[in-house]
Structures are given as structure tokens and as C-alpha cells.
Write a protein that binds this ligand. Structure first.
Ligand SMILES: [Zn+2]
Length: 231
């Protein structure tokens, strides 16, 4: 049963406490670590640089301090990728780090994923799909029943793209975070273009760009924002 009214599902997110959201994220991470991801092989020095970059973005984000956390993982099976888990953990694969031409591009990806956390898109995705459970949460105010449905969340995060409205919101947050840290949203547009081009004629099924199709309108919106931000 699919809940036909996204607006109602989205509103229900207010009833889901952070503790439940964090548990969903932990479950998803355990799943990914067991079945999908490997340990990162990035040098410690490089990780330290990227952690500093992430901290810069997190400092201007809307989440309470300490909630946003960056995790490095190998992702031989899923290529250049990044995703946000409910609760604030953000995973980036080594391949994505290596594919980026500069740290501004990585900042664009991380900003986008921080946007998904801030807007609580993981839980909204689950609520939109959870049908009756979502309705039960709405009526009873008890979000713990959602945890039973949360087992499907990792697969949803890997295989389904977020709805277009979620992607636009995450792009907008990335744009704001890039600007707030003195960077240009053009970097994210450039990365999207390269990832999309690298996908021709066929995308690795689970890559970031397969779950983040970047139609011309999204790339154009980022470029427009970059032009507006330019002095
Ligand atoms: Zn996204």
C-alpha cells in the first residue's frame, strides 16, 4: 500500500523523534557494512583534510553540533557514491573522493547530503512508502512502529532516487552551504555533468548519479545560483 498523499506523509515526520531516526540510521549502516561497503583505503591524511572540510560545512548547517558525521567507506560495488542516513551519518565512498577534481566538488556532494539530513528526507522517504504504518504513527503519535518498516530503508536509499522535490531541496541546501563557506555551486554542477557523461551509455546501477539523476534543469539551477553568487 502506497500512501497517496506525500504532504501528509511528510508532515508526519514531525512526530518521529530523533532517537528513532538515529536507530534507523544505525540499522541502515549495519546493513551497508555487512552487505555493500568495505573499509576505506584513503590515506589518513586525506581523510583528515576531508573531515575538516565537512566540519566547515556542518558548522553552518542547521543540525545541532555533533549530529552530522562523515564516514569513509570503500565502495567497489557501488562506485562513486555518497548517501545520507537518517539521524545524520553521511557516507562517502573512496571512488567518489578520487573522482572529484577538487575539494569544492566534494563540498558540493557533502552539502547536498547534509541537505537530505536537514530536510529529513530518509524518514520522509520511508513514510511515503510505509503506507498504513505512517497513518498509524499519525494517529497514535507512536513512531516506534516505523522501525519495523525501516529494514527496507537501505535498499530504498541504494536503488531508488529521491523524489524530484527532495533533490531540488538538497541542491538548494548545498548551494547555501557552499556559499556560506565561500565556495561556488558551479562545482556541484560540474561534478554532475561529469558523472552523467561517465554514465553513457549505461550507468553503474547503484552509482550516485543513478540515484541522483541530474537532468539539465538541476544543473542549470546550480549554474544560475553560481552566477548570482559571483561578485
Ligand atoms: Zn540527493
Amino acid at each position: 500500500v502506497r500512501w497517496g498523499v506525500p504532504a501528509a506523509a511528510d508532515a508526519t515526520v514531525a512526530l518521529v523523534p530523533h532517537s528513532i531516526e538515529a536507530q534507523m540510521g544505525d540499522h541502515a549502516l549495519a546493513f551497508f557494512d555487512e552487505f555493500v561497503l568495505e573499509e576505506s583505503t584513503l590515506p589518513a591524511e586525506r581523510r583528515k583534510q576531508l573531515e575538516a572540510l565537512f566540519a566547515e560545512l556542518a558548522a553552518v548547517a542547521d543540525e545541532p553540533p555533533g549530529r552530522l558525521r562523515l564516514l569513509f567507506r570503500g565502495g567497489a560495488r557501488i562506485g562513486p557514491n555518497a548517501f545520507a542516513l537518517p539521524g545524520g551519518q553521511i557516507i562517502i565512498t573512496d571512488t567518489m573522493v578520487l573522482l572529484a577534481r577538487d575539494d569544492d566538488e566534494i563540498a558540493g556532494v557533502l552539502g547536498h547530503e547534509i541537505g537530505h539530513v536537514e530536510e529529513r528526507h530518509g524518514v520522509k522517504l520511508l513514510l511515503r512508502a510505509a503506507g498504513l504504518t505512517g497513518a498509524v504513527v499519525l494517529i497514535t503519535g507512536d513512531a516506534s512502529s516505523l522501525l519495523e518498516d525501516a529494514s527496507m530503508l537501505p535498499l530504498m536509499l541504494l536503488h531508488f532516487s529521491y523524489a524530484r522535490d527532495f533533490e531540488r531541496e538538497a541542491d538548494a541546501r548545498s548551494t547555501a552551504l557552499l556559499r556560506a563557506t565561500g565556495r561556488s555551486p558551479a562545482a556541484l554542477a560540474a561534478l554532475f555533468e561529469r558523472l552523467t557523461a561517465a554514465c553513457e551509455p549505461r550507468c553503474v546501477y547503484d552509482s550516485w548519479v543513478s540515484t541522483h539523476p541530474a537532468p539539465a534543469e538541476r544543473i542549470e539551477a546550480l549554474r544560475r545560483a553560481a552566477a548570482e553568487a559571483a561578485p
